[in-house]
Design a protein around this ligand. Structure first.
Ligand SMILES: CC(C)(COP(=O)(O)OP(=O)(O)OC[C@H]1O[C@@H](n2cnc3c(N)ncnc32)[C@H](O)[C@@H]1OP(=O)(O)O)[C@@H](O)C(=O)NCCC(=O)NCCS
Length: 151
C-alpha cells in the first residue's frame, strides 16, 4: 500500500495517469512518469501503457498514448522516452505511429521466462517551445554580459 501511495504521489502534476474505461470496466492504463529525479532531466518523461489482453487490437492503446502525448505537451515537456521489450511488435507499432523513433537498444537488461531480454529505447521530441527560446536568449545575454569589459 505504501508503495502504491508513493507511486501516485510521484505521478502528481505535471505527470499523469490515465485509465481506459469500457462500461465501467477498466481495460487499460497509461502513465507519464518523470524520467529521472535529477533536475536537469525534469522536461523528459517516460510513457508506459498496458491494455488488458481481451481488449487489445481495438484502438484502446492508441487512445491512451494520444492522451499521454497531449499531456506531455501540456506539461511543457521537451521529449518522451519509451522502453519496449524486444519482440513486442504491437508496442513498437503503437509508439512509432505517434512519432517515436528507435534511438538504441539496451542489451540483456531484463530477465524473464529463463532468458535475457533486450530493451529498445524509443524517443519522441516535441517542437521547441517559447520557453526554450527564452532560456537560450537568457543564456546568450548572460554570456555577453560576462564577456563585456564595461561590466
Ligand atoms: C502494446 C499495447 C499497449 C497495444 O494496445 P492495443 O490497444 O492493442 O493497440 P491498438 O489497438 O490501439 O493498436 C495500436 C497499433 O498497433 C497495431 N497492433 C496492435 N496489435 C499488434 C500486433 N500484435 N502486432 C503488430 N501491430 C499491432 C495496431 O494495428 C495499431 O496500428 P495502426 O494504428 O497502424 O493500425 C497492448 O498490446 C499491450 O498492453 N501489450 C502488453 C503490454 C505492453 O507491451 N505495453 C507496452 C510496454 S511499453
Amino acid at each position: 500500500m505504501r508503495t502504491q501511495r508513493r507511486w501516485w504521489a510521484e505521478h502528481a502534476r505535471p505527470w499523469s495517469v490515465f485509465v481506459a474505461d469500457r462500461a465501467g470496466d477498466v481495460v487499460g492504463w497509461a502513465s507519464l512518469s518523470r524520467w529521472s529525479d535529477r533536475p536537469g532531466y525534469r522536461r523528459t518523461g517516460e510513457v508506459s501503457i498496458y491494455v488488458r489482453s481481451d481488449a487489445r487490437g481495438r484502438g484502446v492503446g492508441r487512445a491512451l498514448i494520444e492522451q499521454l502525448v497531449a499531456s506531455g505537451a501540456q506539461a511543457g515537456l521537451h521529449t518522451l522516452l519509451a522502453r519496449i521489450a524486444d519482440g513486442n511488435a504491437a508496442s513498437v507499432r503503437l509508439h512509432t505511429r505517434q512519432g517515436f523513433v528507435l534511438v538504441g537498444v539496451l542489451h540483456e537488461v531484463g530477465y524473464k521466462f529463463d532468458r535475457w531480454i533486450d530493451v529498445q529505447m524509443l524517443q519522441r521530441m516535441y517542437p521547441p517551445t517559447p520557453h526554450d527560446g527564452l532560456a537560450r536568449r537568457a543564456r546568450r545575454v548572460s554570456r555577453m554580459r560576462r564577456r563585456s569589459p564595461s561590466e
